[in-house]
Design a protein around this ligand. Structure first.
Ligand SMILES: [Zn+2]
Ligand SMILES: [Zn+2]
Length: 290
């Protein structure tokens, strides 16, 4: 990976970081943390379903960030550890591209030795996330094909869902899929079944890859120390708007500066955009293009 990160000694070298997960996410997170931080990511298989499930048998309480924090604390408590990790994904329409599905992932880290918490997030269009209610096996087959089944698992339940114990999760074969269809269609008053992609990480290689990408982002941030107090976790904490219009120099709504901050002390730095963009096109200017 990036050699710059190997040159500085990691604050987490040989540290055990407890990852709370039922879904084998260490496969996605450990390589980045090993490579960038020389840390060991160790799994705590706590029952995180009590904090909510994707498939809706247990509703998730609070925001995704609150949920991932509780998950992290659950495992840290069980393992009596100083370093913890947890991840949480949300799936739905893209915030700016209508009808385009996306995966919003949060990776949360807690350091009880230095007394800070830090998370990084990633909004990715790389997802097979979809749901449908279907009445025929042919429609179900078409759904399965679009969802990269069987390398990516499916979840099937009756469309009218009175008895929440009737649900088939982690379906990975044609035989299971047909059986789930038969059972659920019989128990559904409207004769339809509900099918959705199984978004649990161990059932969804695409999601696992997005988590791996996010692990690199968080790993690099934890490899970066505050220039003032040397606490790890130095990185962008917010963006400043007001990039000047190329024509009239008035400020626009576009980002002009990246503000870097520390997780521990109040030291911060303002830097120009890292993508090198120095001015905004006239079309973003409220004066030139009202
Ligand atoms: Zn202008
Ligand atoms: Zn600092």
């Amino acid at each position: 990976m990036q050699q710059t990160f190997h040159e500085c000694r990691s604050a987490y070298e040989n540290c055990r970081i407890i990852l709370t997960t039922k879904h084998n996410k260490a496969v996605a997170i450990h390589p980045a943390f090993k490579e960038i931080l020389s840390a060991e990511v160790v799994t705590c298989e706590a029952d995180t379903d009590q904090l909510g499930t994707f498939s809706g048998e247990v509703d998730r309480e609070g925001t995704a960030l609150e949920c991932v924090r509780r998950k992290c604390e659950l495992g840290m408590g069980l393992m009596s550890t100083m370093y913890g990790l947890a991840s949480e994904g949300s799936f739905g329409p893209h915030p700016t591209i209508p009808f385009f599905p996306c995966d919003y992932e949060i990776l949360y880290f807690c350091d009880h030795v230095r007394g800070f918490r830090l998370h990084e997030s990633l909004l990715s269009e790389k997802t097979n996330y979809r749901t449908a209610s279907v009445a025929s096996i042919d429609d179900l087959e078409r759904f399965a094909e679009k969802s990269q089944f069987p390398s990516h698992a499916l979840i099937v339940r009756p469309n009218d869902w009175h008895d929440r114990t009737v649900i088939y999760k982690g379906i990975q074969s044609e035989v299971e899929l047909h059986e789930a269809f038969r059972q659920c269609v019989n128990q559904s008053e409207d004769g339809k079944i509900w099918v959705e992609t199984d978004m649990r990480a161990h059932m969804n290689p695409t999601r696992m890859a997005v988590i791996a990408e996010l692990a690199v982002k968080l790993g690099r941030r934890l490899a970066t120390e505050c220039p003032s107090c040397n606490t790890p976790g130095w990185g962008i904490v917010r963006f400043e708007k007001g990039l000047q219009c190329e024509y009239c120099n008035l400020p626009t709504e576009l980002v002009s500066e990246e503000i870097y901050g520390c997780v521990s002390c109040s030291f911060s730095e303002r830097l120009e955009r890292s993508d090198g963009v120095k001015s905004a096109s006239q079309r973003y200017c409220a004066w030139c293009n009202p």
